[in-house]
Design a protein around this ligand. Structure first.
Ligand code: ATP
Ligand code: MG
Length: 429
């Protein structure tokens, strides 16, 4: 036998019955987004590498070490599998002039790629749901998108998801803070690990983000960006907080919550659970008023978030939600291939009426015995078997046998008015 091929490490197959959870979540998302007039955007999975170098940022973990980049064999272009979707959405917005007549509220769902060490909640191909509100500068839109995330968690039945919030102010405020921060870290140089030493001059804000236990106490006492914010920035933050509180969303300020890039401004936030260990950040986002210009567009304020779908599904499992059952309403038993034309027409009518029907499939040389087909019908979990036997067909009838209630009751139904009795087969109608 030939060698078996397996999926790439850190990239998962999503199989039934698990895939039903994914579809369930995606349906909830679509309903929720429509209610706030957020519209779907789909951008390519492959983009020019330069988009992420500029738009995600050269000094981020993503660009420094996590991207799947390659050269197009045919024309030598430098390309990358998208590690996140914000740069792609902004590129598309600039390219198609999406904000020419005002703001646009967009959402996406799809695969992202990052070369990380695979572990629970951290994969090399993973799925993100994200929203981007483009062209709006007001704090009410920051609150609106945070409410979307919080409503989604509620609609999915999740509990105990915390909201942490901070403000990054505007670039001038960050410059003053940055100088103080570098001076502070230089005083504590002996405590900085190699990552922090490297970031000291390129991206000192990110040092605040460190997970190194040996640095926690020192980082705790570092100058806080919050105390460098002017009146307008404080007001923006205060409005977001007031609106969230008014809508019943609790939040805490985390002064160490940062994004170390200059195109960010004002609000940053995370939705966090303590029930998934180290991979507890479900959703992260913020305002990125400088990104459009960085990617060659007109100055355009924007705010958004990205959510890891695997982590959300992990939490749903962790909190004990049941998997949706994957069984059809009825299983069609077709003892003789001669009955297939009538059987298949009938199933088509039933399916058009919304009944879920699984048809028995033969083994090539024949359909198999009645007994073995009924056994399959039973094993499928369906509530009814539809038996297309020769005797029934001669009278233009089909037998409906009850499989689940232990009664084994059999009735016949007319093939002349299938749509009339179709609803009696539906359990989830
Ligand atoms: P982390 O600190 O966990 O690496 P991040 O800051 O890299 O997260 P973002 O770029 O903000 O994450 O992405 C938004 C969300 O996408 C995260 O909060 C997380 O839920 C999810 N996510 C990020 N990377 C992965 C991954 N490799 N596998 C699964 N989900 C991920
Ligand atoms: Mg990461």
């Amino acid at each position: 036998m030939a060698d078996k091929l397996t999926a790439v490490k850190g990239m998962n197959d999503i199989l039934p019955p698990d895939s039903a959870r994914w579809e369930w979540l995606e349906d909830k998302v679509r309903t929720l987004m429509a209610r706030s007039a957020y519209r779907m955007i789909r951008t390519p999975i492959v983009e020019p590498t330069a988009l992420f170098v500029r738009g995600t940022g050269e000094t981020t973990d993503i660009v420094e070490k996590e991207m799947y980049s390659f050269e197009d064999r045919l024309n030598g272009e430098q390309l990358t599998l998208r590690p996140e979707n914000t740069p792609g959405v902004v590129r598309a917005a600039i390219q198609h002039n999406l904000t020419y007549d005002g703001g646009k509220r967009l959402y996406y769902m799809g695969p992202m790629f990052r070369h990380e060490r695979p572990q629970r909640g951290r994969y090399r191909q993973f799925y993100q749901l994200g929203v981007e509100a483009l062209g709006f500068s007001g704090p009410e839109v920051d609150a609106e998108i945070m409410l979307l995330a919080s409503e989604l968690f509620a609609n999915l039945g999740l509990r105990n998801v915390r909201v942490e919030l901070n403000s990054l102010g505007v670039p001038a405020e960050r410059q003053a803070h940055r100088a103080a921060l570098i001076a502070y870290f230089e005083q504590h140089r002996d405590l900085l690990d190699t990552d922090a030493q490297r970031r000291l001059l390129t991206n000192p804000l990110r040092i605040l983000d460190t997970k190194n236990p040996a640095m926690q106490a020192m980082v705790q006492d570092a100058p806080q960006l919050l105390s460098y914010l002017g009146e307008a920035s404080l007001k923006h933050l205060d409005t977001v907080q007031t609106l969230l509180t008014g809508c019943g969303v609790q939040w805490t300020v985390n002064p160490r919550l940062v994004r170390g890039l200059d195109y960010y401004s004002h609000t940053v936030f995370e939705f966090i659970t303590d029930e998934l260990g180290a991979q507890g950040t479900l959703c992260g986002g913020g305002r990125y008023d400088g990104l459009f210009e960085l990617l060659g567009g007109k100055p355009t304020p924007a705010v958004g978030w990205g959510m890891g779908i695997e982590r959300v599904l992990e939490l749903i499992k962790e909190q004990g939600a049941e998997l949706p059952a994957l069984v059809a309403d009825a299983y069609a038993v077709v003892p003789d291939a001669a009955a297939l034309p009538v059987a298949m027409q009938t199933l088509q009518t039933l399916r058009r009426a919304g009944v879920q029907v699984q048809m028995h499939a033969g083994a090539g040389e024949g359909m198999g015995s009645m007994k073995s087909q009924l056994k399959k019908a039973d094993g499928s979990g369906a509530r009814f078997a539809l038996i297309f036997g020769a005797d029934e067909l001669a009278q233009n009838l089909v037998t409906v046998k009850s499989l689940r209630d232990g009664s084994g009751v059999q009735t016949t139904q007319s093939l002349a008015d299938v749509a009339t009795w179709a609803p009696t087969l539906q359990s989830n109608a």
